[in-house]
Ligand binder design. Structure first.
Ligand SMILES: *Cc1c(COP(=O)(O)O)cnc(C)c1O
Length: 378
């Protein structure tokens, strides 16, 4: 029997355990140790971020954003329906009402042209999610936000090394959240990052992340004791997590080169299916590919189920995700009832194919052959 091809396989550079040992030897295992500092410097010096703070997850970074923006009960936050639950949940925790935007026909990103009609006097924030690391239409998002005085928080969980007109995703909104969950391009098991692009938020972000204390200022010698100065929580990861992450960051270029090559190979191999109405990830002119995930959009849920079964019979694991949140058990009754047909379409028809660093060309050929055989193209 052929070896099974998993959907995902975490990448290891080989230095992770060595750096964790170093962190242990150094003897400071709580947050903001030497490896956290190394990670912060990497993002700020190599990747053009102004100010970043490691967090325990992207979810935590989004929750920090909601606290930083002082979201109050009844405030409205516009979020795509086709996304991970953390995108709206971070704001729901503060009492916000979620207004779901539909996706575009081109790709699952939110339909920026629909935003203007969703804004009310209570709207505070727009949260674009760069799905599959492909940029949302940020010019339109920002124009709507500017017109109505709204904050933009990028859910850049999938968007490391993605760009919008040459500018790094995660540097465009006032705040942005990244994920280093095991399924993302660079990982620390669980982990995340808050990028702060408006310096007005920097000091409070440090306080919120350190349980509402001015501990960060204290360690820099700016105050002579640290105290409780605001509400906050514990959003910072242990230096052990940062040590793992640094080993990945050092290899970002190699990881990205490999992932993008795999993505490009899928994209070209499935070009013949486009004529039959099978969708591939389409990049608007302003967007780049960051090799985060490769998907097909089948023509019906039945076709998707049959394709999953066909690939499984060849020991290949393909998976779908995101039951559109406007019809989730938690939010369906709170949703305003607008139909969101594109979010439903991706819920029903989008299928993700294996994409990971170790997916060598011979293994990828098996996936490509399996899909093409299903559509009688091979
Ligand atoms: C993975 C992901 C998250 C959550 O990231 P965690 O680090 O697991 O909290 C949030 N939003 C999107 C779009 C994601 O893909």
């Amino acid at each position: 029997m052929l070896p099974a091809i998993p959907f995902n396989k975490p990448y290891f550079s080989g230095s992770e355990t060595r750096y964790i040992e170093e962190a242990v030897r150094f003897g400071k295992l709580s947050g903001d140790g030497i490896f956290t500092e190394k990670c912060h410097s990497f993002f700020e010096q190599n990747l053009a971020f102004q100010k970043v703070l490691l967090t325990t997850s992207c979810t935590a970074a989004l929750e920090m954003a909601a606290l930083l923006l002082n979201i109050q009960p009844g405030d409205e936050v516009i979020v795509p329906s086709y996304t991970f639950v953390s995108t709206p949940n971070a704001f729901v925790l503060r009492g916000a009402k979620i207004v779901f935007a539909d996706s575009t026909a081109l790709n699952p990103n939110l339909d920026a042209a629909s935003l203007e009609a969703l804004v009310t006097p209570r709207t505070r924030v727009i949260v674009p999610v760069h799905y599959a690391g492909i940029a949302c239409d940020m010019d339109t998002v920002q124009a709507v936000a500017d017109r109505h005085g709204l904050a933009v928080v990028e859910d850049a969980a999938q968007a490391i090394d993605g760009f919008h007109n040459g500018r790094a995703l995660g540097t465009l909104g006032a705040l942005a959240a990244f994920s280093f969950h095991e399924t993302k391009n660079i990982i620390s098991g669980e982990g995340g990052l808050l990028a702060i692009n408006d310096p007005a938020y920097t000091q409070r972000a440090e306080i919120i992340r350190q349980k509402g204390t001015n501990r960060s200022s204290f360690f820099r010698g700016e105050v002579d004791k640290y105290q409780w100065v605001a509400v906050g929580s514990s959003f910072l990861p242990s230096d052990i997590i940062a040590a793992f992450l640094f080993a990945q960051l050092e290899n970002l270029a190699a990881i990205q080169a490999r992932r993008k090559a795999i993505w490009q190979r899928y994209f070209e191999a499935f070009a013949p299916l486009a004529a039959e109405g099978i969708g591939r990830p389409l990049l608007p002119a302003y967007a780049s590919n960051n090799g985060h995930l490769f998907y097909l959009v089948c023509r019906s849920p039945a076709e998707r189920s049959a394709l999953i079964a066909h690939l499984k019979s060849r020991q290949i694991l393909s998976v779908f995700h995101y039951v559109a949140l406007h019809s989730s058990p938690y939010y369906a009754k709170k949703h305003d009832g607008r139909p969101l047909p594109w979010a439903d379409h991706y819920t029903d028809c989008l299928l993700r194919l294996p994409l990971y660093y170790e997916l060598h060309p011979d293994l990828q050929n098996r996936v490509i052959d399996g899909v093409l055989a299903f559509y009688h193209r091979r």
